[in-house]
Design a protein around this ligand. Structure first.
Ligand code: COA
Length: 262
């Protein structure tokens, strides 16, 4: 079963290249969380041997859901991410993984049931071979990881989901930079709607994020909630090659630590 973490960096360096200082075998705990956000990178390939242990932790409704996936790859991603989430929360809150109970908001965002639900906030994302789990003490947050596919008509997709000014930003970039910029935009937008919790009921064209890779990502304007830019921050997450990742958090100051779940 998982031995937990290998610390690989913090947000001081997340926007450019990742600091690779390594602290092995850090166990998650509530004290170390304090004002931090902990982000856990999960490799489905590396954790496939733990599948049955993760499966054994699931609740009856989660097992039912696991069996509804048509493709084994999607089932694996769900079971491993949900199992790892249970395992992590069990360490943060010093409770048994099997005793954790989730409920779902009207927009399907999973949250902890009482009495623990005021203690930590979390959000998960999965794509391709990887998942991300973000955990904070009390700031609402959303996370997104996307495998960067090159065989899609990105400009056509951008026209459907990006605002007019985001689309203009994208089209003005040299072609070689567009794929990264598109996925920066996609993950930043997705992280924000997941952090807010209303998901796709927030029109994707109703707010703008920055797209460029090197600058600090920002929420630039939001038509659906004029205050949002004052409260939310967006960060790049250093993901494996060919993946993009972003975190959105309702906080103006936080320290992000990225760990590998192993
Ligand atoms: C469900 C949605 C919130 C994210 O979907 P997604 O990107 O396909 O999937 P991700 O892996 O990033 O996230 C899924 C996880 O988000 C969580 N989630 C579900 N609804 C959520 C909500 N309303 N708010 C926050 N998190 C939510 C769940 O934990 C889910 O994982 P689980 O089912 O294994 O528990 C929704 O935004 C969606 O369907 N998006 C479609 C993609 C799209 O059009 N994006 C355009 C971006 S520009």
């Amino acid at each position: 079963m998982a031995k937990f973490s290998c610390f690989i960096g913090s947000n001081k360096v997340l926007n450019t290249s990742m600091n690779t200082t390594t602290e092995r075998n850090q166990k998650p705990n509530l004290d170390s969380l304090s004002d931090n956000v902990h982000i856990w990178l999960i490799s489905f390939k590396k954790l496939v041997s733990d599948y049955h242990d993760f499966y054994a932790m699931l609740s009856p409704d989660e097992i039912e859901r696991a069996h509804q996936f048509r493709f084994a790859k999607d089932r694996n991603a769900f079971v491993i991410t949900r199992g790892a989430l249970r395992k992590l929360i069990s360490h943060y809150l010093s409770i048994q993984a099997i005793d954790i109970s989730f409920r779902y908001t009207e927009y399907d965002k999973p949250v902890l049931r009482t009495p623990e639900n005021n203690t930590i906030q979390f959000n998960v994302s999965h794509s391709g071979d990887y998942g991300l789990i973000a955990i904070s003490r009390c700031s609402p947050l959303g996370i997104d990881i996307e495998e960067m596919k090159t065989d899609l008509d990105l400009m056509e997709m951008a026209q459907q989901v990006f605002s007019g000014s985001e689309y203009q930003q994208l089209i003005q970039l040299p072609e070689a930079k567009r794929i990264q910029a598109f996925y920066n935009g996609w993950t930043r937008k997705e992280a924000y709607i997941k952090g807010d919790g209303k998901g796709l009921s927030i029109p994707l064209k109703s707010f703008n994020v920055s797209l460029v890779d090197k600058e600090q990502p920002i929420l630039l304007a939001t038509a659906h909630d004029e205050q949002a830019c004052d409260h939310w921050s967006i960060y790049n997450i250093n993901t494996p090659e060919n993946y993009a990742g972003a975190l959105a958090i309702k906080s103006k100051k936080c320290q992000i630590k990225l760990f590998i779940y192993q």
